[in-house]
Design a protein around this ligand. Structure first.
Ligand code: ATP
Ligand code: MG
Length: 330
């Protein structure tokens, strides 16, 4: 069975961008592929953070993922720092990754631009990501569009390592391919940038409906639609794209007509979107309450996930070291 690997940072609450761009896909794919879903806390410490909060954020992320439909009996859910082989392989990959490639990465440039002092870990983030994926020899990586560039680098690292250290023709590491959803890039409600945990422009997956409506009401729509009577262009409106992700096809069609004929005002359109979102998010919120109530069960899920992940990761590392001439015992 082909393998997939994907990760999410416990850098804030799981938002609808993560959900539509990645997590929802994981839930569908977990029964078709051997799946590894990782809460990547070593990635989350590449920007300033509060140590006192991180463990809780990691647990909250696990709760949100389970509530969203990640099923530990169908896939392996684990926390990155509980499997030390990730950082071990990352170091190895650091030695073959061109510095120039890292400096070119859009995420690095964006995140570094927001900080006064930039840690080397932020630059090396995609190297650790390559290690995350290749440790499990994953064939496919379901991610949002913002991760496609990193994944291209993972492919390059796999190619480079294979050609340097594998004596025969069969590659040791497969070149992992990105799997995207139709909602590959959800914008923040301000319409300025992609929705990101670190930008504070998110709608949380478990957020209270009242708060969601407070965010939706003033959200940016088609900027050319100034008056209620102006017809809009659905394709340029973030709310329309959210309809495509949350509303049934017939509603999406109706929305497009009502917008482009000025039949509805933007608030009417947002009310319908809010209802569609509630239909999908309501049951997820309910499940989250149940999952949160059983802390021991959560420990067990994450402990079992790490043990299984580690059994595979340690085998890969053993073979990698062997091929690279590392470790002196015979
Ligand atoms: P941070 O701001 O800390 O980087 P993030 O919101 O970008 O957080 P990540 O943990 O970096 O979230 O990414 C988790 C997954 O969600 C990745 O597969 C990423 O591609 C996807 N993703 C993140 N933001 C969006 C978005 N706005 N639309 C679609 N997919 C997204
Ligand atoms: Mg991100």
């Amino acid at each position: 069975m082909p393998r997939i690997f994907s990760g999410i940072q416990p850098s804030g609450e799981l938002h609808i961008g993560n959900y539509l761009g990645a997590v929802k896909n994981w839930v569908t794919l977990q029964r078709q592929y051997e799946s590894f879903i990782c809460i990547v806390d070593y990635h989350a410490i590449t920007v300033p953070y509060e140590a006192a909060d991180l463990r809780q954020r990691t647990r909250d992320m696990a709760i949100s993922l389970l509530a969203a439909g990640i099923d530990p009996s169908a896939c392996t859910l684990f926390v990155q720092s509980m499997v030390p082989e990730h950082t071990e392989l990352a170091w190895i990959f650091n030695t073959i990754t061109p510095l120039g490639e890292l400096e070119r990465q859009t995420q690095f440039k964006e995140k570094a631009g927001r900080q006064e002092s930039v840690a080397a870990g932020l630059l090396n983030y995609p190297v650790l990501q390559a290690a995350d994926i290749l440790l499990y020899k994953a064939d496919m990586v379901p991610v949002g569009e913002d991760q496609v560039q990193h994944l291209e680098l993972s492919r390059e690292i796999a190619r480079k390592w294979n050609s340097r250290f594998v004596p025969d023709a069969a590659p040791f590491f497969p070149e992992p391919k990105a799997l995207l959803t139709p909602a590959r890039r959800i914008m923040g409600l301000d319409g300025q940038a992609k929705m990101s945990k670190s930008l504070g422009n998110t709608v949380g997956l478990l957020e209270d409906p009242k708060d969601i409506w407070e965010k939706l009401r003033p959200a940016v729509t088609d900027p050319k639609r100034v008056r209620r009577t102006d017809p809009g262009t659905p394709e340029v409106c973030n709310i329309y794209h959210l309809h495509k992700a949350f509303s049934p096809a017939a509603t999406v069609e109706h929305v497009a007509v009502q917008c482009s004929t000025a039949g509805w005002g933007c608030i009417d359109c947002k009310k319908v979107l809010f209802e569609s979102m509630e239909n999908e998010l309501g049951p997820i919120r309910e499940r989250a309450i149940e999952v949160r109530a059983n802390a021991n069960k959560l420990d067990e899920i994450l402990g079992d996930g790490a043990a299984h992940a580690r059994s595979i990761a340690s085998a890969t590392i053993r073979e990698v070291k062997e091929l690279m001439g590392l470790s002196a015992t015979r």
